[in-house]
Design a protein around this ligand. Structure first.
Ligand SMILES: [Zn+2]
Length: 110
């Protein structure tokens, strides 16, 4: 099993670009990408709380964008109850993926 901090991504060998979520073709050159695994650690870039949510989600829903150490940005749900009380832009988070959805986990001591 892959460690939890490893994220599935795509890589274009021609442009050297990486993509999350995985995509079969590069958005720049349309070339085929290859599957890679990247480190899912980064920093919280921005976040918001939704009080009206799409079907299948229970409000309030906290979502955020993690900027990975490699520069990629990933949008994900922040399910940690502490997120509702205190979140700080720039705090370290870890991205995991489950069934096509992305989750941002706080890297705080429990
Ligand atoms: Zn490309």
């Amino acid at each position: 099993m892959e460690p939890a901090s490893r994220l599935e991504a795509s890589f274009c060998g021609k442009c050297r670009k990486q993509f999350v979520p995985v995509r079969a073709h590069c958005s720049s050159c349309r070339g085929r990408t290859e599957r890679i695994y990247i480190e899912g650690r980064g920093k919280l870039r921005t976040f918001t709380t939704l009080f009206v949510t799409p079907d299948g989600f229970t409000p309030p829903l906290v979502i955020g964008i993690c900027e990975l150490d490699g520069g990629l940005r990933v949008l994900g749900e922040i399910g940690d109850y502490r997120a509702r009380e205190s979140l700080t832009v720039g705090e370290p988070v870890r991205v995991t993926e489950k069934e096509g959805k992305y989750y941002l986990l706080l890297e705080r001591p429990a």
